[in-house]
Design a protein around this ligand. Structure first.
Ligand SMILES: Nc1nc2c(c(=O)[nH]1)N[C@H]1C(S)=C(S)[C@@H](COP(=O)(O)OP(=O)(O)OC[C@H]3O[C@@H](n4cnc5c(N)ncnc54)[C@H](O)[C@@H]3O)O[C@H]1N2
Ligand code: MOO
Ligand code: MG
Length: 420
């Protein structure tokens, strides 16, 4: 046992509002180091460079159909009674640039994606034409007038040269990779993934491999946190759990802060006799930023800093640990990778069931999202106590329930922080 039971200061905690605690943290967050990765390794990474179009896209007039490139004026007034016949002067597969200029009375056979030849201002699809051989020449007949520009994608339709396309801080996925490949960017500057050391504290903890023992549980928080860190874009470094021993915890925190970019622990932050992380942050080995936040679960969420590096001491209760990580660790990781909007995306929706619980703190209620007849519903999961683990997996969002005298009725408008 530590001497913490004689230390009444641990009971006097000042609860910060979530937004205040978040902005306190944000002062310690700077976009980190940049590295270059190959395009094929950039999925899921966070872009660290600005990408502007080096050339217009498309960069040539592109046929949108398999057909004939023509001068639209040639078709003026033609109809099924009076078709017009044009001499076919070239065949243009994709990748070829024709040197035959289309003049009045001529057409070139052209494929989807090929460069439209000079002189042509429209493409007419095969299905609208009839082809004949006449005096050893191929001629194509049209029975309808075709407007200027038909089936031609103009230069720069999608992007003009110099246009800004991607900004630093965005997460790279399929759409961004397509842009990078299109513009020949085969090596991409990305933010280095912050290395986040994770360890749990608790003398009751068994490793995942160990058989159960009376009074003990397997350590699930470490693995849950590692998964959350990966989701946020960081690189988890999993350290062994420790038992509730203050000097062991101090040693481990010191080592982890030294070696890695950020440290996240679970357990031991409340006021219990063995809540060593609570004792640790009140000591002088780190500078405590806060040890209470006006939220449930996770009111004991604690943060400290040492030499500019953040330590998050999250609750041992799985529900509180999860929420603490999403609200504080996630934005810190995202912020270190230049994300200008590092917080969970917010939606507004309709509460899908009564939520009778009242509280003096804001509640972050695990819920499932459903869309019925175009209306977004957030349906609270039955049991969402801090100590409950099982409903974390069923939640797509956290409903933000402000402190109030009465519970919320089904149908109330609510804020939702999106998890998935
Ligand atoms: N007298 C008071 N008691 C408590 C208060 C309070 O204000 N006054 N706060 C309660 C609240 S709220 C919370 S949340 C918990 C926070 O507890 P700790 O952060 O100190 O966490 P522990 O005591 O270490 O463990 C709590 C609970 O979680 C289980 N646990 C711990 N680590 C893990 C892990 N790695 N994987 C899975 N489960 C874990 C642990 O066995 C306990 O059941 O304190 C309340 N008490
Ligand atoms: O501090 Mo807690 O509200 O059960 O997480
Ligand atoms: Mg405790």
């Amino acid at each position: 046992m530590t001497d913490s039971i004689y230390d009444s200061s641990k009971f006097k905690r000042k609860a910060l509002q979530v937004s205040v605690a978040q902005s306190m943290i944000s002062q310690y967050i700077n976009a980190g180091d940049i590295e270059t990765v190959r395009l094929q390794e950039s999925h899921g990474r966070t872009l660290a460079q600005e990408i502007s179009a080096p050339h217009p896209y498309p960069h040539f007039r592109r046929s949108g159909m398999d057909g004939y490139a023509i001068r639209s004026a040639d078709t003026d007034g033609c109809n099924s009674d009076q078709p017009i016949w044009l001499e076919v002067i070239d065949e243009i597969p994709c990748g070829k640039v024709s040197d035959k200029i289309i003049i009045s009375g001529t057409a070139s056979r052209i494929m989807t994606g090929a460069q439209v030849p000079e002189g042509a201002d429209a493409v007419v699809m095969f299905e609208m034409t009839e082809v004949r051989e006449e005096k050893g020449k191929s001629i194509v007949g049209l029975k309808r007038s075709i407007e200027v520009g038909k089936n031609i994608t103009p230069i720069g339709l999608e992007l003009q040269a110099g246009e800004l396309i991607l900004s630093p801080g965005i997460k790279i996925s399929a759409g961004e990779i397509s842009v990078l490949a299109t513009f020949g960017i085969h090596h991409v500057a990305v933010y280095r993934r912050p290395r986040v050391a994770i360890f749990s504290t608790g003398s009751e903890l068994l490793s995942v491999e160990e058989p159960l023992q009376p009074g003990k549980i397997r350590n699930s928080n470490t693995w849950m946190l590692a998964s959350q860190v990966i989701e946020a874009g960081g690189e988890p470094v999993i350290l062994d759990a420790i038992m509730d021993d203050l000097s062991l915890a101090r040693e481990k925190v010191e080592y982890a802060l030294n070696q890695y970019d950020m440290v996240v622990t679970s357990g031991g932050v409340s006021v219990g006799d063995y809540d060593i992380m609570g004792d640790l942050v009140r000591g002088d080995s780190v500078e405590m930023l806060y040890n209470k936040v006006a939220m449930r679960p996770g009111s004991v969420t604690t943060a400290a800093v040492k030499e500019g590096k953040l330590l998050f001491a999250l609750s041992g209760n799985p529900g509180a640990c999860f929420v603490g990580c999403e609200l504080f660790v996630r934005p810190s990781i995202r912020g270190m990778m230049g994300d200008q909007n590092p917080y969970l995306p917010e939606w507004s929706g309709t509460l899908g069931a009564d939520y009778p619980k009242i509280n003096s703190f804001t509640r972050y209620v695990r819920a499932k999202v459903e869309i019925r007849d175009g209306v977004i519903y957030a349906i609270p999961k039955g049991v969402d106590e801090s100590g409950v683990m099982i409903t974390i997996k069923d939640s797509d969002c956290l409903i933000v329930v402000p402190p109030a005298q009465e519970g919320l009725k089904s149908g109330a408008k609510v804020r939702m922080l999106m998890l998935k």
